[in-house]
Design a binder for this molecule. Sequence first.
Ligand code: HEC
Length: 146
Amino acid sequence: MTNRSCRLALIGAAALALPAIALAAGATGTVWAGAYTDAQATRGQAAYATSCAACHGDALNGGDSAPPLAGGAFLANWNNQSAGDLFTRIKTTMPFDAPGSLGSATVADIEAFILSRNGYPAGAAELTHDAGVLGQTRILAEKPAS
Ligand code: HEC
């Protein structure tokens, strides 16, 4: 192979590889990649029923004074924020009548349940309560192009 055709072949290979990289990047680092497990969401559902449902509704549709935790208005508030931002919001300000009363594992379980009810897929690993990891996971209302 001459030097020139070798270079052309390399450019061709790079051009083929680029769309594959873009594809894989789509959902990575977002809640669309599967940020919690089904078992965790089930645990979270029970904790939600105990600590949150009285105000936010069994179906997360909100109540007299508490806003919904699922659907368009909720996702508009949280779009482009991180799973860590939502975690901190719940951990430090909720339940409204007893803020700070829930342990980190329980808050993570409840957040997993909220993610599941907003249509985000379950994955292989639980939603952590490690702030560093949570901060790397973005909430996006719209599924990224893949
Ligand atoms: C006593 C009633 C009450 C309980 C119980 C309660 N909340 Fe709330 N929650 C509210 C009210 C009122 C607001 C709006 C005021 C505010 O933002 O602080 C709110 C706001 C929120 C928000 C912000 C919503 C948004 O769109 O930004 C989240 C998230 C939330 N609550 C989660 C929870 C979770 C999870 C629990 C259970 C651990 C819980 N809340 C328990 C009353 C309650």
